[in-house]
Design a protein around this ligand. Structure first.
Ligand code: ADP
Ligand code: MG
Length: 391
């Protein structure tokens, strides 16, 4: 791993440090609904604040559109951070401001980076102004590592080696995902589900070339069924992705990998307030029903394949797991990963929720904090933030 880590920073003691974190917590009316990301940032923040003169933490939050918007203020996060760390946090209402009168050991939290248009535009002038007061740069925001935004890309490039590093979270993410991308222990099995093929085309294409088995579930399986000439009734499908699905199927045959679609499926007449729920073979889906989960035969098969694997990457639920009647396939995959002796990695917002719901989060080797970022990492494509840290 060429990634510089905290231990590689020169002269941290007494330094002024800009720390790009992922503090993008869901906030409604000033209340933090889920503090997972705040908690995840604490180890790096503790390490930095114990050593540095000043740490300026920065982040984006929500869909701020390049101008100040109180709905997306990080002010509530400052309060939560103060509580979690047990030390004062001084909130700076514009990320381009700093505190020149700060006591040594001060932790600043800068306001939402996306209140400035330069952040998303990866504007070098904005990055230079953001970085100017600080000697060192630390990036622990894995969730935005796949985006070329100023605070993670242009800003990182300003600092020479020895003065920039990945935080603990970023280091852990990269190490775990590297184990999956770079010469994974075989058999390497990927389980890919979720709503759509279109949001996961590149990862599917990349995985076909690397896995020994690819297990498909979720709404995206329907588009693969169409590509095989099956009928899927009123199921969620992406007609415009059938060609893509067909080429993924062809690539799987060419590579000689095991490409597994569910042999049976759970069907229903309606996701909300269902009157009819049934299990049918995947080649007999009635025209007035929709597929909402993988069936029991598929569950058993997926469990079997996973029990024999040595590396597993899972992204995307097997069905509409938010509804208890349609959660069995997703929970079975979560349990199979937990029981598997393989090195197991889970990425994706809903997949992580499912692992938590199954109560097995502690039995997964790595649960990624970045859905989109982990998917891009899996493709083997360069990640702008990581490349900038490594430059
Ligand atoms: P992740 O966040 O883990 O990457 P996605 O965002 O791709 O996953 O997809 C998650 C969503 O897919 C879930 O909300 C789930 O309800 C939905 N989904 C899964 N299977 C189906 C299906 N058969 N029909 C419709 N929606 C589905
Ligand atoms: Mg999602």
């Amino acid at each position: 791993m060429n990634l510089p880590v905290l231990a590689d920073l020169d002269n941290v003691d007494g330094a002024r440090i800009l720390a790009r974190l992922d503090l993008n917590a869901p906030v409604r009316d000033g209340v933090i609904l889920d503090d997972t990301r705040i908690v995840a940032a604490l180890p790096t923040l503790r390490w930095l604040t114990e050593r540095a003169e000043i740490v300026a933490a920065c982040s984006h939050l929500g869909k701020a559109g390049g101008a100040p918007d109180p709905a997306f203020s990080l002010a509530p996060v400052a309060v939560a951070l103060e509580k979690a760390l047990g030390r004062p946090v001084r909130f700076i209402p514009d990320c381009l401001d700093t505190a020149n009168d700060a006591e040594p050991g001060t932790l600043l939290l800068l306001e939402n980076l996306r209140f400035h248009p330069g952040e998303k535009a990866n504007d070098p002038d904005f990055a230079a102004r953001l970085a100017e007061p600080y000697d060192h740069y630390v990036n622990d925001a894995f969730g935005t590592a796949h985006r070329a935004h100023a605070s993670v890309e242009a800003a990182a490039r300003i600092y020479p080696r020895g003065r920039k590093a990945a935080g603990f979270l970023m280091e852990r993410e990269v190490a775990a995902l590297d184990r999956v991308v770079d010469d994974p222990a075989q058999p390497f099995v990927a389980v890919v589900g979720g709503a759509k093929v279109s949001t996961k085309t590149a990862p599917l294409e990349a995985l076909v070339g690397r896995v020994s088995s690819l297990l498909i579930g979720g709404g995206m399986a329907n588009t693969f069924f169409l590509a095989q000439g099956l009928e899927v009734g009123r199921s969620l499908v992406e007609e415009e992705m059938v060609e893509t699905a067909r080429s993924v199927l062809d690539a799987a045959v060419e590579r000689g990998i095991e490409f597994v679609l569910p042999s049976d499926v759970v069907i229903t007449d309606a996701i909300d307030n269902p009157q009819q729920v049934d299990v049918v073979a995947s080649d007999t889906i009635p025209s007035d029903m929709m597929v909402v989960d993988i069936g029991p035969e598929a569950r058993a098969r997926y469990r079997e394949v996973l029990s024999l694997s040595r590396t597993v990457f899972w992204n995307g639920p097997m069905g509409v797991f938010e509804v208890a009647d349609f959660a069995a396939g997703t929970l079975a995959v979560a349990e199979a990963l937990a029981e598997s002796p393989a090195f197991t990695v889970v990425g994706g917002g809903e997949s992580v929720m499912a692992v938590r719901q199954a109560g097995v989060i502690g039995d997964i080797d790595h649960v990624s904090t970045g859905g989109g970022a982990s998917l891009q990492f899996i493709t083997g494509e360069s990640m702008p933030a990581i490349a900038a840290l490594e430059s």
